[in-house]
Design a protein around this ligand. Structure first.
Ligand code: C5P
Length: 319
């Protein structure tokens, strides 16, 4: 365990794993009254993770440090927001924590790194501060913090509706599928920008009432590829943001065509609002084999690359 936090003791330090997600399906159904988009998604946790060390204190101070030079560590950071939200709901203003974030998930990548960090802070501080909020209560707090935070708490394979915070279980694959994941390191995408662009391009085709939203949700729930998720009947990998965002971002088109040229994959798609893209494989063995074959080519195109199996859980205590 790293010794990045050097505060006075007031409880044992916890280390929390905060994994990334990809979207196996992302359908933009329409606009909601709150200005957000109504979504129908399938999200999947993958084994690429940040880690947060939390040292509880009783001086009312909440502090965050990180090894990432790109990240702000003040009030705007979702970890700090999560800590302050949880403390305010507890009613105990003396609660404090010194937290350190080890950042491995790229930022602004469509992989929910920030959301997972926020979820990890909620989960870890609930333990450190002995608050005993239930999972249901934590999920409610997570939904206040951001659309993907509830999913990141639960993790695994899930249907996600509403803004993304309404979760329904699906059965994950028996043998974990895996992805080759790529990201242009010089590119990050603002999620609000991606949704705004989607509204401009596709807004006229949006559904506009709850009945039609529910019909679409039911179609997704009934998709044959979901019961269970399995490589013999792989997901079609549809993402409504992909065409919209990639048409303005040539490096995403480049990533997708490089991934689609890898033999043996079940398909390729952009994750979330991009720019990360992935190729899906039946097994980790397959993915690793093609990862080793193609890594030089992908790196020669300037891409960051990872080979990650699916995981069946979200944020958790690291042993
Ligand atoms: O909830 P979150 O903070 O992750 O959302 C970031 C932004 O992405 C929102 O402010 C909104 O512009 C856009 N968004 C959306 N519809 C969603 C989720 C996000 O329009 N369901």
């Amino acid at each position: 365990m790293s010794s990045s936090i050097t505060s006075q003791s007031s409880g044992p330090m916890l280390r929390i794993k905060a994994p990334a997600k990809i979207n196996l399906h992302l359908e933009v159904l329409g606009l909601r009254n709150d200005g957000f988009h109504e979504l129908a998604m399938v999200m999947q946790t993958i084994d690429l993770a940040d880690f947060i060390e939390i040292k509880p204190k009783s001086d009312g101070l909440i502090t965050l440090t990180t090894d990432s030079p790109e990240l702000a560590t003040g009030e705007e950071n979702l970890i700090v927001k999560a800590a302050k939200l949880l403390r305010s709901r507890s009613g105990m203003s003396n609660l404090g924590a010194a937290m350190h974030l080890e950042k491995n998930i790229p930022i602004g990548a469509g992989l929910a790194g920030g959301s997972s960090d926020g979820a990890a802070a909620l989960f870890g501080l609930n333990v450190c501060w002995n608050l005993s909020f239930t999972t249901g209560e934590l999920i409610e707090l997570a939904s206040e913090l951001g659309s993907d935070v509830a999913f990141c708490l639960e993790g695994g394979s899930k249907l996600c509706f509403g803004r993304g915070e309404k979760l329904e279980d699906i059965v994950g694959p028996d043998e974990p599928m895996s992805v080759i994941l790529v990201k242009d390191p010089d590119m990050s995408i603002s999620t609000p920008w991606a949704y705004e662009l989607c509204k401009e391009v596709n807004g006229r085709k949006y559904l506009n009432n709850e009945h039609d939203f529910e019909v679409s949700r039911q179609q997704l729930r009934n998709s044959s590829w979901l019961h269970p998720l399995r490589s013999s009947n792989p997901p079609p990998l549809e993402n409504d943001l992909e065409n919209v965002v990639s048409s303005k971002t040539p490096s995403i088109e480049n990533s997708l065509s490089l991934l689609r040229a890898i033999p043996g994959s079940l398909g390729a798609a952009m994750s979330g609002s991009g720019p990360s893209c992935f190729a899906l494989f039946s097994t980790y063995k397959d993915a690793k084999y093609f990862f080793d074959q193609y890594r030089h080519k992908l790196e020669k195109h300037g891409l960051q690359i990872w080979c990650c199996p699916f995981c069946d859980e979200g944020v958790r205590l690291e042993k």
